[in-house]
Write a protein of this length. Sequence first.
Length: 507
Amino acid sequence: DGSELAANMPNLMKLKNAIYSPQYRAFIENIAGLEAGSLTDEVDCAANCHTRGCHLLCHDDVIGTRKVSYIIYLTDAKPEWTDSDGGRLELYDAIAEEDRFVPGALPVKTVLPAFNSMAYFVVEPGVSFHSVQEVFCDRPRLSIQGWYHTKEAPSQIENATLQRLKSTGEGENTEGTFQPMADEATTAAVAAENEGNGTESEPTFSSEDGKFLGEYINKAYLTEESLNEIRTRFEEESSVKLRHFLNDEWSSKIKAAFTRQDKGDKVGENNPSLDYHVGINEKWKAVGPAHKQRFLQYQEGSGGSALSAKKASSEDVVDVGEYLDHLKQNLFQSAEFGRWIGWLSSLGFPLGYRGRIRRFRPGLDYTVAHYGILTTNAVLDTTLCFCGGEGNQCSFDEETNELIGSDDDAIWESGDVGGFECYIEADDDDEGAEAEYDEEDDTQLLSVSASFNTLSLVYRDPGTMKFVKYVGSGAPSSRWDIALEYDVKIDEDDDDDEHQLPTDEEN
């Protein structure tokens, strides 16, 4: 307190001394409904400055002995902070789920960070769920923030969000169960062969398969030369991106549909994301829990299975989900596609699949890396992405390695607006209940930027997690995708390192 910096901020030091005083602690105990004397003299206090694009995802603040969280807002008084500026404190219901609580997908109450106001809440494991909305303006969201502590850590600290994110226990998986690939007879035959004498035959990719796939896929990816080239690349890197994946007939209709929906919803392109329910209807449902994920999921069977790109004329108003649902059911779940990816990846015909159709709305949606998505077997992640742009390969300056261009493709490639899918290696260290979970502490293996009409194939072993980075309001569009995992069986005699993603040190 006797430093030169403190001397230059006398009013701030007076505020700090007041916050730390026994009298103010007693006041906090009173308004929070706590027993007198339950708070110790341990107090945390820090100044925070959230600028445009800053946000905090849903969490419960439980670390160590924290008991009461407080935020004093010092935003501009004139002009007053408004909804369109963003930066609201978002509060969530705690929904009972088995033996614990989880947050809903959407906040149920928000608090505007008005100048000279204070927000506070009691910190409880798996209950005090909150987040900070993205700041949409160029003014700083200034605040003084911290925690009051008790002598002991709270009971049921195992239900804290930080602990749940590192848990692989029952109920933590958000990805669902695998379904048989193609038809049960084909899947059963493949399973029996793989579990038999240990010999595996190459999946046969026939001309009939090529004819079927050519109704959907860019035929450049069906020639013998390209198949061999893609297979070699995948064997070397355990991942591959195929741009301009669908043929023009399908990709043009999908682009027109999602462009229309994004414009109608007024999302992206720096439009403030003020409506949490935007895009939600009987076909698109919000998916949580918010401490692990939030996005819209298309309800399968809502019209897509009977849809044909040729039948839908340019005058028809077709939900983009109908196109994606048709592709998922008729292309991605087909035996022909199974044989195609089985041959390209050298992993053989997949035994099963799971996945969904997702929309990540700018300024709202994301997924978080958590241990509940770790698999017991290797999987082949197969994701077809759609977003604003043309899906072209971006260029980089050879000397500076800086991205060239400012079009939509370059905006997504930069990563500045999020929307990329990141693969990280799970950390095996157990640092105890007071450890703060930080996905950046884990080793990044691969980052796949969002790109229009681009298919990514990524081999993911049981020790690897993934997440889709929060899509900022400055994104050119929503990120729409068909995201599937295929169950692939690796022979126990095979060298597993042959298919592992390289670490940062190896890149």
